[in-house]
Design a protein around this ligand. Structure first.
Ligand SMILES: [Fe+2]
Length: 205
C-alpha cells in the first residue's frame, strides 16, 4: 500500500508529530523503513544508573525465559558493526509491573528494589545478548522492551521493541507505526523464547 493510501486508511491524513527528543519528525501512521532504527517513547519507568548485566532477571521473578540478541550497526545497512555501545534495557514483569513502578536515578536507598533493569555493551563485532523473562501487559500498551543506546560519534537512541504476533500492536499508538524493523519474532527452543533485535544508529556530523 502506498503511503497516502495507508494514511487515509488509518484516518490520519498527513498529521505529523514532532518527536523532540531527537529533533526529528515522524509522521503519525507512517510505517518505518529499516534504514535507521527509529526512536520511540521513553515512558515514565526509566531509572538512570542501572548495573551492567547479561541477566536482567537477577532477582528471579517468575515468568517465561527470554533471550534477546542482536547487532548494533553504524548508519544504515550491516557493513559497520559498532563495538562499545551501551544498551540500557528495562521492561515490566510478567504481570505488567515495573520494579519499582517508578522512574528516576538509582541510589543506595532504592538499589535493592530494582529488577528487570540493566545494561550491556556490544563486543568487537557489535554483538550483544541478554537474558530475562517475557514482559507482560499493562494499560493500553502492547508487549514491549525499552532501550537507550549510546556510543561516541552517534546520536543517542531511545526506542522500544515489540513482539511479533501480539494482537495489541495495531491498537497501541506507539507500536502501530513501528513497522517490521522493531517487531521481533520470538522462537521457542525448549523453555526459552529467543529473538533477534538489530539496531542502526545515526552517525553524528
Ligand atoms: Fe513500558
Amino acid at each position: 500500500m502506498d503511503r497516502k493510501k495507508f494514511l487515509k486508511n488509518m484516518g490520519l491524513g498527513s498529521a505529523a508529530i514532532a518527536l523532540a527528543a531527537c529533533g526529528t519528525t515522524q509522521e503519525l501512521g507512517e510505517e518505518e523503513d529499516c534504514k535507521l532504527t527509529h526512536l520511540d517513547d521513553k515512558g515514565p519507568f526509566y531509572f538512570k544508573g542501572s548495573s551492567e548485566t547479561v541477566n536482567l532477571n537477577y532477582t528471579n521473578l517468575p515468568g517465561e525465559a527470554m533471550l534477546v540478541s542482536g547487532t548494533v550497526y553504524s548508519g544504515e545497512g550491516t557493513e559497520t558493526p559498532l563495538s562499545g555501545v551501551k544498551i540500557d534495557i528495562w521492561h515490566c514483569d510478567s504481570e505488567g509491573n515495573y520494579h519499582p513502578n517508578d522512574g528516576g536515578t538509582i541510589n543506595n536507598e532504592n538499589a535493592d528494589k530494582m529488577a528487570l533493569r540493566g545494561f550491556v555493551i556490544t563486543d568487537k563485532n557489535g554483538k550483544f545478548s541478554f537474558k530475562s523473562i517475557l514482559p507482560g501487559l499493562y494499560g493500553r500498551r502492547s508487549r514491549h522492551i525499552h532501550y537507550i543506546l549510546s556510543v561516541k560519534g552517534h546520536s543517542s537512541l531511545v526506542t522500544q521493541s515489540y513482539f511479533k504476533g501480539d494482537p495489541r500492536i495495531p491498537i497501541d499508538g506507539l507500536s502501530k507505526t513501528a513497522g517490521e524493523c522493531r517487531i521481533v519474532k520470538f522462537d521457542k527452543s525448549g523453555e526459552l523464547y529467543m529473538g533477534v533485535m538489530n539496531f542502526n544508529l545515526q552517525k553524528k556530523g
